[in-house]
Design a protein around this ligand. Sequence first.
Ligand code: GDP
Length: 431
Amino acid sequence: MSVTAIVGANWGDEGKGKITDWMAKEADYIVRFQGGSNAGHTIINEYGKVVLNLLPSGVFHPHTTNVIGPGVALNLTELFKEWDQLIARGVPEPRLKVSSRAQLVLPYHLLMDEWEEERLASRQFGSTKQGIAPFYADKYLKVGIQVADLYGERDQLIRKLEQALAGKTVLARHLYRKAPWNWQDAWTGLMELAERLRPFVCDTTVLLREARESGQKILLEGQLGALRDPDHGIYPYSTSSSTLAGFASVGAGLPPHAVTRIISVVKAYSSCVGAGPFVTELQGETAEQLRVHGGDAGEFGARTGRPRRVGWFDAVATRYGCQIQGSTEAILTNLDVLGYLEEIPICTAYKIDGKRVTEFPETPKLNNAEPDLEVMPGWKCPISGVRSYSQLPRNAQCYVERLEEEIGIRFSWISCGPGREEIVPRGSIRS
Ligand code: GDP
């Protein structure tokens, strides 16, 4: 009866994919519960380096069942593209189940996303143009198309598409000055995709209920991070579905009390793709240095290839991120990245209008926030090969422990490299 959520404490890109792939070896079900193909999870294992956008990060373990839950924005073209790429790399066909209640990202969502970013021009939110905001807008306007609709009455589906397109036609013509769409455009290729999807579709809510009741281990894998949550993050520079563990049960279809373990993945420094306030952001040469040392091959968006904005560790944001996730534990990633630095600043508070602030504020206040930095000594050596906490240089241990003090939670594991096994238990012995 074990359900664990693996979620981000920051702005995304914390390394959730790596942690999920690593934990999946001892899990039975890996479930995506929100978001779509708008962000990438980078995984480095025996198949090389793979970026997953939609498929759950358990797909490399043939014993697991990978589930796309009702809360996901499902783009079938992207799903099968990713699937085909995996098979071409020699990954055995994963066991995949797709919720009949999940809703579809359709070509008009992608177009609306693109047109809206074009219209906003310099005021853009930094959309990845995967149709995610128009998709969730349709879902809550109740004109979304569910997977189950693909296998019902043809006329009903056409009526639903017409209804979904009615408002968009007006926008296309009068706001975006584009040729409007009709249901026939949306229909092209849809039935072929539906047939390909058919063997994977089931009521995943029943599947997961039975799995949980029979004591199977379930991982719920979040996309992006706490600070991108539409209610609690840096709205409107947020994503369009909840990134929080509190939503994991909803988006997966499990009772809230089933999720007993919430692992927040915390990055040892800050990174952020897209627009929005970012208090510890670095510029110039200092930023470039951190960017090229970051991640597995520099800090560039796994989905977009865009250079990520980077900054020092932000304890105000991360503490808040861990709190709103309801973390029962945390895992620190990317510690090895900081090994080139003589000194490592940490932001322990914000200065806003002359006041020291330690509670993460709302977006308008963030725009005026300055970081209050404390400087830790660096360790100036690679740590990727370490196999235990006690092998970490003393200054690296001090850095880890200072972060723990600041965020109020002890790390259970420390990731010291992008590879699957480059992770050590936190341990308690200082060298
Ligand atoms: P996710 O969406 O949270 O899975 O994160 P991304 O895949 O977008 O970005 C995380 C980046 O950090 C990727 O480039 C990973 O390969 C990399 N990564 C994860 N853990 C570590 C680590 O401990 N050290 C290093 N150097 N890179 C890591």
